[in-house]
Design a protein around this ligand. Structure first.
Ligand code: FE2
Ligand code: FE2
Length: 195
């Protein structure tokens, strides 16, 4: 089934809380700007941004069920924080409920929460737009925004520094995929000067 972006917009507005819906629009808006800057298809960025949290407010049991039925890999750490599986589950929902067939869009939704190895430009754009959309407010967010618009990989490094530091400070779990993301990005970014 094919849905227009307006139909997707209207359906999400119905199923998401007002706060989450507003966040989704913020991610969409930021993703479109980043797509223009980094030469990515704006339509793909728009759809991925709008839909990235389509499974975010589903019950944990439903998220787990979708993951199990679709053979999504679930390691020990993600099973300890099953809500984080709303990315992978969201890629399934985006396909089955919202009619998205484009693998690049589905990939960006899949990995938006933790990142992963070998992220595409669109994957990075959605991951970063989620972190810096206009509704986000945390100490240093403007520095992160600046870095993201200056250089996408620099944005990834700066964001991951903030994300991982925050997790360590609150004694939180760090997903394996997030560590993989850090290692992949820092390996290609090492030679450039940063912060
Ligand atoms: Fe999310
Ligand atoms: Fe989000």
């Amino acid at each position: 089934m094919y849905m227009t972006i307006q139909q997707i917009h209207d359906r999400l507005k119905e199923v998401l809380s007002p706060k989450r819906f507003k966040h989704s629009l913020g991610v969409m808006e930021t993703a479109v700007k980043l797509a223009a800057q980094y030469g990515v298809d704006a339509k793909k960025a728009e759809l991925a941004g709008l839909l990235h949290d389509c499974a975010r407010e589903m019950a944990v049991e439903d998220i787990l069920k979708i993951c199990r039925q679709n053979n999504i890999k679930m390691d020990d750490i993600s099973l300890m924080q099953p809500k984080l599986l709303h990315g992978p589950a969201g890629s399934i929902v985006a396909r089955e409920v919202y009619g998205i067939e484009d693998e690049e869009i589905l990939s960006a939704i899949y990995c938006h929460t933790t990142g992963r190895k070998n992220m595409s430009t669109l994957d990075k754009i959605i991951f970063l737009a989620d972190y810096i959309e206009p509704g986000r407010d945390f100490p240093g967010v403007d520095k992160v925004r600046e870095a993201v618009f200056e250089d996408l990989d620099k944005g990834m490094v700066v964001s991951l520094m903030g994300i991982i530091r925050h997790l360590v400070e609150k004694r939180g779990l760090i997903q394996i995929d997030t560590i993989d993301t850090w290692n992949f990005i820092i390996n290609s970014y090492r030679e450039k000067e940063i912060l």
